[in-house]
Design a protein around this ligand. Sequence first.
Ligand SMILES: Nc1ncnc2c1ncn2[C@@H]1O[C@H](COP(=O)(O)OP(=O)(O)O)[C@@H](O)[C@H]1O
Ligand SMILES: [Mg+2]
Ligand SMILES: [Zn+2]
Length: 460
Amino acid sequence: MAAKARTVYVCSNCGYESLKWMGRCPDCSQWNTLTQELRQPPAKASAATGRSSALPVVDPAEVIPITAIDETDEFRYRTHISEIDRVLGGGIVPGAAMLISGDPGIGKSTILMQIALPLSEQLKILYISGEESARQIKLRARRLGVDSPNLLLCCSTSLEQIVSTIDQNAPDMVIVDSIQTVGLASLSSSPGSVTQVRESAGRLIRMAKEQGFPLFLVGHVNKEGAIAGPKVLEHMVDTVLYFEGERNLPYRILRAVKNRFGATNEIGVFEMNREGLREVPNPSALLLSGRLPDVPGSCVACIMEGSRPVLVEIQALAAKSAYNVPRRTATGFDYSRMAMLLAMLEKRAGYSLGALDVYINVVGGLRLDDPAADLAVVAATISNLMNRQLGPDIAAFGEVGLTGEVRMTGHIQARVGEAIRLGFRRIICPKQAVAQLGSLPSDVELLGVRTVGDIRSLLG
Ligand SMILES: Nc1ncnc2c1ncn2[C@@H]1O[C@H](COP(=O)(O)OP(=O)(O)O)[C@@H](O)[C@H]1O
Ligand SMILES: [Mg+2]
Ligand SMILES: [Zn+2]
């Protein structure tokens, strides 16, 4: 007897499945993301006996002694846009499936068009769009200065059609913009649903591996509705790139959060203008431009983004609250980490924050996850609470623990080097770091601190 299709509820954010509807996804904690989908039973197979039927006999796979494997670097296509090549771990690996996700309008189509430009000199690139007409794409390409007979456009949302187009044109690289618009006619669920997105992506990824072409999939981040978010694909692809930034700021950050072919957390920094994205080789200078150096509540943090040190300004504002429960807001910094640091300041350092709203802001749209930013967050907060500035030439790094101790972090040479390069002369750091940092220019002073209590004496 053939099994009937059954109804499941699938989280459009993370792909969690449940047999009953729930208001909140237990996996990713998003509200109203579970949507109904029909699930086809798996083809014939084990349904009849309830046991796995005998496997068909096939030829065995080849085995190779590990000593016979050539470990020299894989071949990569280089875009010669160094910010992109670095994020990708040195370039694009043939057969790799790469997901680029980000908010609508952030510039995903733009960056892919710019990646295609240098590569189209040698490679045949197929750009499949389900969102825009060929004319719209041509207009963007013209604005970006992209023009190449090797860049082939195809507007389609049918996976069946896309597969035969790839087969017929045998491209060297494929871009699908976006995967949420693509669907199989044979599946009952609507395009954009978790089932459609997974199934379409799965088939395209298999084709990429078999035929050896690199595949870029665009995934829009969406906050509501039945369109599957890019998270449901993250385990299927080799590389996950986040394209981030604030819409009203020109900076864009490309970040590898997963990469089977390179280090993660490498970032590329770009500036968006009419001609497209321009590389920013010196992000610290950009992120610090426009900073008011001598106001209370500001501290520059030396953080690591992947292998690269970056300086960012952290601002703190503590103001009397009009509410019974004071507000806490963090932009670019982890909310619960901020709450922990504020509770620590209250309990261990004797600052009274109970009646104050506290805002923490990382200037420039960067989202920090380096714990070494803690010390700058704490220093900016204390500076604002005391209404005394830290001084324009001070930068800080160090992790802060629950007892208020300032802990050692990695990459101290790189952090200090970047701070010195950008003209900072006094660097607040963990006490242990002072001994480990070798000779520094004579006008540079390291202000080693053991606990957050030591910060007060450094205020101007
Ligand atoms: N004609 C234009 N001139 C200048 N900038 C434009 C123009 N059209 C679009 N843009 C910029 O490009 C951005 C859209 O980029 P796009 O690559 O289409 O985003 P995504 O693919 O992520 O949705 C817009 O937010 C806008 O800032
Ligand atoms: Mg787009
Ligand atoms: Zn979920």
